[in-house]
Ligand binder design. Structure first.
Ligand code: ZN
Length: 411
């Protein structure tokens, strides 16, 4: 049992009774309960994925709330941080309210909207951050784009500082990445495609860190793909600035060769980087310099992904492979303790989003994941309406056996 909120990694029984999760179990297990032998399995709190594109409203052919949230539960995710670059974008409190109501009615995983920082997410005038805060929302992002211009970024940091909010930055310098398709270097040259340099990312990380200073705001840098970005974030944090970051499973597991082999199933922004950068990114995670892992689940239809490397949209799905791929790279291959891997998928992202820490030992926690870290399976797509994953058809080690969300079992 891995319970990062209390720093505990112990063996023992979990009892599901009448829609409640009991752990630790007081006294002996009831005689009449059904037993599941879970030796060697991990039991951890339901995962928090702070970077998900649910494509609602506006893109039901790629994903709906229902298919997206079922994919989340299949992957052990019970809290979904919903990115705002929908159609229309989540920049209006009434729209966010209506999406939340629909998600509530489904009764599947919990949705935590991350509305736009600027109107339409296109830079410039800010959204009504205070109105969102009064709905209980603390995190904002223009994901898909960086928050521009500089003055809007600073103003947003100042305003969210009044309620301990956070700006979730998609770090990219459009002047350096504009028109790019894959990582700059040999793969871009081989494919004859324009490249996106690592500098495009870390320049924007450096910009945000320097703009943050003196505003009182909090900054979270999402889907960092290169070691230099992590180093800049970590050195800002070491100077006392409230800066955190996350990485994705695909940037930890794959390098830019995948773009040459798999085509658009490995096209995402930021792109997969060199093997050297990939290995260093995983090492920085083990060194504690990255707080969270998030899927950046970004569904697209087959038709859109069949447009070819230059035209197809960026993005890959990842909810259903989040835990297996993360555990494989960080625990199995890099030797990170399971408790630390669990923290990157539960307590750390919850803290960034301003949510209470997921804690198995609370009186009635209600949500957990049962994970077999040695279980082998072939990923053939699942509940998501889309299949644009670089892991499609791959044998994975590590399998989500069961997810319990508010006392209901999904398996
Ligand atoms: Zn992004």
């Amino acid at each position: 049992m891995l319970n990062p909120a209390r720093g505990t990694d112990v063996q023992g029984d979990v009892l599901l009774r009448g829609g409640r999760v009991e752990w630790p179990v007081r006294g002996a297990l009831p005689e009449d309960c059904r037993r599941l032998d879970c030796r060697g399995f991990w039991v951890l709190p339901g995962l928090v994925d702070m970077h998900v594109h649910l494509r609602t409203p506006g893109m039901p052919e790629a994903e709906t709330l229902e298919t997206g949230l079922r994919a989340a539960l299949a992957g052990g995710v019970v809290v979904v941080g919903m990115m705002p670059n929908t159609n229309p974008p989540l920049d209006d409190p009434a729209l966010v309210e209506s999406v939340l109501r629909r998600a509530d009615d489904l009764g599947l995983a919990e949705v935590v909207p991350i509305p736009c920082v600027t109107r339409g997410g296109r830079g410039g005038r800010l959204t009504d951050l205070e109105a969102f805060h009064s709905m209980g929302i603390r995190a904002f992002s223009d994901d898909g784009r960086p928050v521009l211009p500089d003055e809007a970024f600073r103003e947003a940091c100042r305003r969210v500082s009044r309620f301990d909010g956070v700006i979730v930055e998609h770090p990219e310098n459009p002047d350096l990445s504009g028109g790019g398709v894959v990582n700059s270097g040999p793969v871009a040259d081989l494919l004859g495609l324009p490249g996106i340099p690592e500098e495009s990312e870390w320049r924007d990380v450096a910009r945000c860190v320097s703009l943050l200073e003196g505003t009182g705001g909090r900054l979270h840098l999402t889907h960092l793909s290169c070691p230099e970005s992590v180093r800049i974030a970590a050195s800002a944090a070491a100077r006392g600035l409230p800066v955190t970051c996350d990485v994705t499973p695909h940037h930890l597991a794959l390098n830019h060769d995948a773009a040459a082999v798999m085509g658009t199933r490995a096209k995402m922004n930021p792109p997969l980087r060199s093997e050297e950068s990939r290995r260093e990114l995983a090492r920085l995670c083990s060194a504690g310099m990255v707080q969270a892992v998030a899927s950046d689940h970004a569904p697209h239809t087959r038709e859109a992904k069949e447009l070819g490397m230059a035209e197809a949209p960026f993005g890959v799905i990842g909810l259903e492979t989040l835990l297996p791929v993360t555990a494989d790279v960080l625990w199995r291959r890099s030797g990170m303790p399971p408790l630390e891997v669990a923290a990157m998928l539960t307590t750390a992202p919850a803290s960034v989003l301003g949510l209470p820490a997921p804690d198995l030992s609370r009186e009635d926690p209600g949500s957990l994941v049962l994970f077999d870290p040695a279980g082998e399976w072939e990923y053939r797509g699942g509940f998501s309406r889309s299949v644009n994953s670089p892991f499609l058809g791959t044998r994975l080690t590590g399998r989500v056996v069961m997810t319990v969300f508010r006392g209901r079992v999904f398996r």
